[in-house]
Design a protein around this ligand. Structure first.
Ligand code: UD1
Length: 419
């Protein structure tokens, strides 16, 4: 397993370009299953999760030419089964469930199981598909779903779920009649999937609002689509630049999708200047602590909570960071504490006190965004930090060490250090 070694204490300067969105690309790659022809997806980031999705589609019988930034997929003789070996590597594999069931009348998809940030059930996905007429049972760790033809219906989600909304969008697009989804996730990635499905011939209205209406179609056409930039990668570089100090232009930032984060950065004393399609980040002087509560979009994204916490370690005062989306998303706290951070967790809230300085040491990445937070901590820490198990980071950040290196950070990848 690889690690990342960071020699901290350097301010960052220069430009960094944001890649295509991972969380938009994953459902869109799964949407290729909804038509017979070859679809072309462009601006796809070169990430492990994309490779896993390509492998999954190939295992099921699609021809896949996975060469990010372009990926071509053509379903051939599809066997609608997603095996545990692939699903366990990436929970988002569950996104094949809706399209397989809608297009092939059955699906056998391994249950994703738990993950570091909580139990993350898929009950809402299953409840929604059942409402559309699917018969669903679980057997030996697999979801077995069947429906000769899904029928449009109303689905009311108990909570806004991103991949749940996406699965139902794809299922509803090929269902007979009208589907109404209520209490939907409003994330930009949901809107992007609806855009693609409409390109394929679906009739979807209301994506980006809590209620989405879908007029089901008998068939859908292949598509050609370039993925939106990754708002979480953009946010991560904005926070990294703010934490390390200096003058950085983050290019290709979906500013409208990041309002909650940008407001908190400004409130903490970071200067953000719009510059073309990018944002210039400057930090002069001290940071002020601000409180943050994660919530579904357009609230503060849970996927930025760990990175923002590092920034708050350096801010004057005490910051209260509450996590309301996932039950166990403070795995980075003990690792940051090993670097000298003063953070107390009470239930779903972390109280982050000002730390005069972080010290470089060996830390362990536990999940994707936690890994990014440890890299940021390494950038500001005194001395050397070794972040172990960065395979998490490779799931979601394209060539992070190169991008940070181009900004003047001293970051190197150490190959195979964890056996
Ligand atoms: C997606 C993102 C992930 C992000 C998360 C929240 C992708 C591939 N991943 O994950 O990066 O952190 O949104 O913004 O887009 N829940 C249930 N039952 C369900 C579904 C969800 O109880 O059937 C709960 C979850 O446990 C969680 C909350 O709903 O507490 C939101 O989760 P959800 O939006 O579904 O997250 P993902 O779609 O898995």
């Amino acid at each position: 397993m690889d690690g990342i070694r960071i020699r901290g204490g350097r301010a960052l300067s220069g430009r960094v370009r944001v890649s295509g969105s991972k969380n938009a690309a994953l459902p869109i790659l799964c949407a290729t299953l909804l038509s017979d022809g070859e679809s072309l997806v462009r601006n796809v980031p070169d990430l492990r999760d994309i490779g896993t999705t390509g492998q999954l589609l190939e295992t099921m019988g699609c021809s896949v030419a996975c060469a990010p930034p372009t990926v071509r997929v053509k379903p051939n003789d599809v066997t609608p089964e997603a095996p545990y070996e692939l699903v366990k590597q990436m929970r988002a594999s569950v996104l094949v469930l809706g399209p397989l069931l809608a297009r092939y009348g059955r699906a056998k998809v391994s249950l994703p199981g738990g993950c570091q940030i909580g139990s993350r059930p898929v009950d809402q996905h299953l409840k929604g598909l059942e409402a559309l007429g699917a018969t669903i049972r679980t057997d030996h760790g697999y979801v077995l779903a069947e429906a000769s033809r899904l029928r449009g219906a109303e689905v009311v989600f108990d909570m806004p779920t991103v991949t749940g909304t996406e699965n139902l969008l794809m299922a509803g697009a090929l269902a007979k009649g009208r589907t109404t989804l209520v209490n939907c996730a409003r994330e930009p990635e949901v809107i992007e999937l609806a855009r693609v499905l409409n390109k394929m011939g679906a009739k979807i209205r209301g994506a980006g609002t809590p209620v989405i209406e879908i007029e089901g179609q008998d068939e859908l056409a292949p598509f050609d689509h370039a993925i939106i930039p990754d708002r979480i990668e953009a946010g991560t570089y904005l926070v990294a630049a703010a934490a390390a100090g200096g003058d950085v232009l983050v290019e290709n930032v979906p500013v409208d999708d990041l309002e909650a984060l940008l407001a908190k950065l400004r409130a903490s004393g970071v200067t953000l200047e719009p510059d073309g399609s990018g944002v210039r980040v400057l930090r002069h002087g001290r940071l002020r602590s601000v409180d943050v509560t994660t919530s579904p979009h357009p609230g503060f994204p849970t996927d930025m909570q760990a990175q923002f916490m590092v920034l708050m370690c350096m801010a004057e005062g005490t910051s209260r960071i509450s996590e309301t989306v996932f039950e166990n998303r403070f795995m980075h706290v003990p690792e940051l504490a090993r670097m000298g951070a003063d953070i107390e967790v009470q239930g779903h809230t972390a109280f982050v006190k000002h730390t005069a300085r972080l010290d470089g040491t060996e830390v362990m990445a536990t999940d994707l965004r936690a890994s990014a937070s440890l890299v940021i901590a390494g950038l500001v820490a005194e001395g050397e930090t070794l972040v172990r198990r960065v395979y998490h980071l490779d799931r979601g950040y394209e060539r992070m060490e190169e991008k940070l290196g181009a900004l003047g950070a001293d970051v190197t990848r150490e190959r195979g250090i964890d056996g």
